[in-house]
Design a protein around this ligand. Structure first.
Ligand code: IPM
Ligand code: MG
Length: 364
């Protein structure tokens, strides 16, 4: 019976509605297993820009620091804060959380439910037995490299972004992948573009050095373009994929289609900081704010709900509770309930809130 503190940052678009269902499921776990989850809500993204003048305020950063874990919805999607001339980007909230809290390891597990194999655009026989996890480096590379700017030159504008990685940054993320592989099927695929990029050549050198320390784990290097192809050609052959920030961003949107919908995929962002319960972490669905369907009960809350399962597992060491959430989701999907993104003939379409209620009910 533990007491845990959680900063809840619902954000923008469908963020608030899916987060509400995630919190509902969390509180159901609390009453069922006798835990106390103290949640404190705060603004983030466009909501924070409008209420507090910045994508995330210092006070909210402080709240996050003081919590055992952070539950995050989605940010962005307002035309007023988009485009090259926007003064404050809502995404800045995410970048600040990731960087300032040193959450360098972003875990994105992809295990399509059997009942959803036909919901994917990929053939069911290709998807069968797919169970992989992408370990995306989250606090380096192009997202943070300086300089990053558009420049006015006598020949016209040019623009630059910087892809920089230190040996230490590569070493720690590759190690995370190997440690995870030990608990899984013991295979690591390191993804780079070593035939073109210097940063990737260093990446590969460090990855191979770390791999030598894990003789019990099978290891392969794959070029990112080839990985993009093999992800839909032989997804079941992967176990742990480790890669730099932007490659990981792109490959995980692709990989989400293996699970039928972006609305199914949770993620955990971890560092090395420990609380009295487990690893401090930020938990967010990989989908965005989807403003086109916001407020219409159309959003799939399953990614947000599965995000809670990851929080229970990594930040609170509540393995049984994490599995209870995952099993509940699978049971509801097996029973034929679907949100609109997973529409299939003969299935029962339900709204966001109803899906959350069904999952909570399957736990209780
Ligand atoms: C993700 C998202 C973010 C990213 C966006 C919203 C900045 O796509 O978490 O994958 O690129 O990291
Ligand atoms: Mg992305």
């Amino acid at each position: 019976m533990g007491t845990y503190s959680i900063a809840v940052l619902p954000g923008d678009g469908i963020g608030p509605e899916v987060t509400e269902q995630a919190v509902h499921v969390l509180q159901t776990v609390a009453s069922h297993y006798g835990h106390t989850f103290n949640t404190q809500h705060a603004f983030v993204g466009v909501a924070a820009i409008e209420a507090e003048g910045d994508a995330i305020s210092d006070a909210t950063m402080e709240l996050c620091q003081q919590s055992d874990a952070i539950l995050f919805g989605a940010v962005g999607g307002s035309p007023r804060y988009e485009g090259p001339n926007a003064k404050i980007q809502p995404e800045r909230a995410l970048f600040r959380l990731r960087k300032d809290l040193s959450l360098y390891a972003n875990l994105r597990p992809i295990r399509p439910f059997n009942a959803l194999l036909n919901a994917s655009t990929i053939k069911a026989e290709v998807l069968q037995r797919t169970d992989l996890i992408v370990v995306r480096e989250l606090t380096g590379g192009l997202y943070y490299g300086k300089p990053s700017e558009i420049r006015d030159t006598p020949q016209g504008y040019d623009a630059i972004d910087t892809l920089i990685y230190t040996e230490a940054e590569i070493d720690r993320i590759v190690r995370t992948a190997f440690e995870l592989a030990r608990e899984r099927r013991k295979k690591v695929t390191s993804v780079d573009k070593a035939n073109v990029l210097s940063s990737s050549r260093l990446w590969r050198r460090v990855a191979e050095r770390v791999a030598a320390e894990y003789p019990d784990i099978a290891f392969e290097n794959l070029l990112v373009d080839s990985c993009a192809m093999h992800l839909i050609r032989r997804p079941a052959s992967f176990d742990v994929i480790v890669t730099e920030n932007m490659f990981g961003d792109i490959l995980t949107d692709e990989a989400s289609m293996l699970a039928g919908s972006m609305g199914m995929l949770p993620s955990a962002s971890l560092g090395t900081r420990r609380t009295s319960h487990g690893l401090f972490g930020l938990y967010e669905p990989i989908h965005g704010s989807a403003p086109d369907i916001a407020g219409q009960q159309k959003a799939n809350p399953i990614a947000a709900i599965l995000t809670v399962a990851l929080m229970l597992r990594y930040s609170f060491n509540l393995k049984r509770e994490a599995e209870a959430v995952e099993t509940a989701v699978e049971r509801v999907v097996n029973a034929g309930y679907r949100t609109e993104d997973l529409q299939e003939t003969g299935k029962t379409i339900v709204g966001t809130q109803e899906m959350g209620r069904l999952v909570a009910e399957a736990i209780a």
